[in-house]
Design a protein around this ligand. Structure first.
Ligand code: FUB
Length: 327
């Protein structure tokens, strides 16, 4: 990323956010992204993306902290869909913290995955009665909702994981279904946890395991490509994004290095990685639209991801131009 371009982006983006904040985007309004960040009328964070039937569904959290507040205020999640990575339709708030009766706050990072025509949305929230963060799962017949709590209880609570003492280690769920149909849930802050999921996608199926990764902070994302499994994650704090590779979802994971640098004006970076219509994408957030307290007023960006011939990943070049439209 060239610094001069980045400063220019912040200036333009600030103007844009101020202008559009009063004008609420109506449901199903299409946004034409003119570069990074791709969404400018609200703050979006913790992107997760799913490719389904020729479309990309982008699920994000929503930073709602008042200007200047150094802390997360996050009440709901939202969804955007696109056929070309540039024109995005917003499907307003298909899931809210209130949809989980047992949760009390903090609509933190999440991911949606499809199985047998149903869509499962795994979320991190603050539990109402068991101190600490927890993971819940909502289900829908459509990628854009409406979603409802699939269990009526949390899938993972803080008292189920003992490797880390702090109360927010059970966050940042990511789910993958392996080639043999076995689904896995990965998550964690301070420790990368993983466990099998039953085929109903709403119950753990076995013990919770841990994975040791250098300088692991949070935000695991697991994807598969050409016979390799990739486990990318937030590295150190403030966060860069690093990754490990394995031939098996159960490891051993071999650390491969940094994919993405510190994201401008934000302590967190939180990536999702997908392939769509022949290109690979790195989706993340930065603080480019924030007047101040950028770590709590984040915005989703998309840049290209490139692989080397041996399957390793090249460093991402964060740009203000973003990506072009694909057919
Ligand atoms: O958005 C709240 C938290 O910030 C997420 O759970 C982390 O991944 C970090 O992005």
């Amino acid at each position: 990323m060239k610094i001069s371009k980045y400063i220019l982006t912040i200036t333009i983006a600030l103007g844009c956010l101020t202008e559009t904040k009063a004008a609420v985007v109506n449901p199903d309004t299409t946004i034409h992204a003119t570069g990074n960040p791709i969404i400018r009328h609200e703050f979006t964070a913790d992107p997760a993306a799913m490719v389904y039937k020729d479309k990309v569904y982008l699920y994000t959290g929503h930073d709602e902290a008042p200007t200047g507040k150094n802390g997360y205020v996050m009440h709901n999640w939202t969804c955007f869909s696109s056929s070309d990575m540039v024109n995005w339709t917003e499907h307003l708030s298909p899931l809210n913290i209130k949809d989980f009766a047992w949760a009390k706050a903090d609509a933190w990072a999440s991911q949606v995955i499809e199985r047998n025509g149903k869509f499962y949305w795994y979320v991190a929230v603050e539990h109402g009665t068991i101190p600490g963060k927890a993971i819940g799962v909502a289900v829908s017949d459509s990628p854009t909702g409406p979603f409802k709590d699939a269990r009526g209880t949390a899938l993972v609570t803080n008292d189920m994981t003992k490797a880390i003492k702090h109360s927010w280690d059970d966050i940042d769920p990511t789910v993958i279904i392996d080639k043999d149909g076995q689904a896995y849930l990965f998550w964690g802050n301070g420790m990368c946890y993983y466990a099998k999921l039953k085929s109903n996608m709403t119950e753990l199926d076995g013990p919770i395991e841990t994975i040791t990764l250098p300088h692991y902070t949070e935000a695991p994302w697991v994807h598969q490509r050409n016979g390799w499994y990739y486990l990318s994650y937030a590295y150190e704090f403030p966060e860069k994004i690093a990754y490990a590779m394995s031939r098996s979802i159960n490891g051993p994971w071999v650390y491969k290095g940094i994919i993405n640098e510190l994201a401008g004006n934000s302590n967190t970076n939180h990536q999702a990685i997908i392939d769509f219509k022949g290109k690979s994408y790195f989706i993340y957030h930065n603080g480019a639209l924030a007047a101040d307290a950028g770590s709590f007023h984040r915005s989703v960006c998309i840049d290209y991801l490139y692989y080397n011939k041996d399957g390793s990943i090249k460093r991402v070049v964060m740009t203000s131009e973003g990506v072009g439209a694909v057919k």
